[in-house]
Ligand binder design. Structure first.
Ligand code: NDP
Length: 240
């Protein structure tokens, strides 16, 4: 057992979510890990972890997983709304059907996740919400049109939530990474866009490790509750 507060993470089955779960678990926190590939999360065997099959589009699934973990470990003190997909493509070629799932997961999925713990944090007047945007939520790229739209959405709601929740002493942190080595490119279905992305990645000397992002989130979380890192924008040094 541990006396550290409970941390919850969506998209914990790979990439940045997995790395963040590993960082918090190693620091002694119980971690609620949520994603659809539950077997991947269970195979990690992290100390004090609860792994639940959750689709962020299903509010009941998120709420049930949070309630179950809170019954065992106490209130969620930190929620990382991280789950997302990247259907990058030239919008002229992209079939509209490709947008639907991405828009839902990256926007409604984030709100569903935040809402599952937000009111409890307001009542306790304590807690941290970390929300996954992207460098593509700060600047646009011509072959990321709809992805950029979803990530600008996250930037907008995180800024609004930060102001709204500041009176309740709840911290809101937005993440804006550049190229990080994860499974994210598996969501890119457009061959030309994928090839251009990979070429650009080689030019910048490759992406950076997801563990770096996980450690940054842990360090931001560890600051006193009255100190907020509003945004973590982390990119490869050579990324334009
Ligand atoms: P990965 O593909 O490795 O991880 C994505 C995670 O999201 C997986 O754990 C996946 O789990 C989960 N996920 C996707 N859809 C759902 C869903 N409907 N319900 C629950 N979980 C879901 O990529 P990253 O780690 O890179 O991506 C994490 C976040 O970081 C995304 O929001 C992405 O946009 C963002 N990001 C990534 C960058 C990068 O360069 N890698 C840069 C900037 C932002 P499962 O399939 O098991 O459900």
């Amino acid at each position: 057992m541990t006396d550290k507060p409970l941390v919850a993470i969506t998209g914990a089955s790979s990439g940045i979510g997995e790395a963040t779960a590993r960082a918090f678990s190693a620091a002694g926190h119980p971690v609620l890990m949520m994603a659809r590939r539950v077997e991947k999360m269970e195979a990690m065997g992290l100390a004090n972890s609860i792994c639940r099959k959750v689709d962020v589009l299903d509010r009941d699934q998120i709420n049930a997983a949070v309630a179950e973990a809170e019954a065992q470990f106490g209130p969620v003190d930190m929620m990382f709304a991280n789950a997302g997909i990247a259907r990058l493509a030239d919008i002229g070629r992209q079939p509209p059907e490709e947008w639907d799932e991405m828009i839902d997961i990256n926007t409604k999925g984030v709100m569903n996740t935040v809402k599952s713990v937000m009111n409890g944090m307001m009542e306790r007047r304590s807690g941290t919400l970390a929300m996954m945007s992207s460098i593509a939520g700060r600047k646009v790229y011509p072959d990321h049109t709809v992805y950029c739209g979803t990530k600008f959405f996250v930037h907008a709601i995180s800024e609004s939530l930060r102001e709204y929740l500041s009176d309740y002493d709840v911290r809101v942190l937005v993440l804006s990474p550049g190229v990080i080595e994860t499974e994210v490119l598996s969501g890119v279905l457009d061959e030309q866009t994928l090839a251009a992305y990979k070429e650009n990645k080689v030019k910048m000397g490759g992406g950076i490790g997801a563990d770096i992002v996980g450690d940054l989130i842990l360090n931001a979380y560890r600051l006193p509750q009255n100190a907020l890192v509003q945004e973590i924008c982390i990119t490869p040094t050579r990324q334009k």
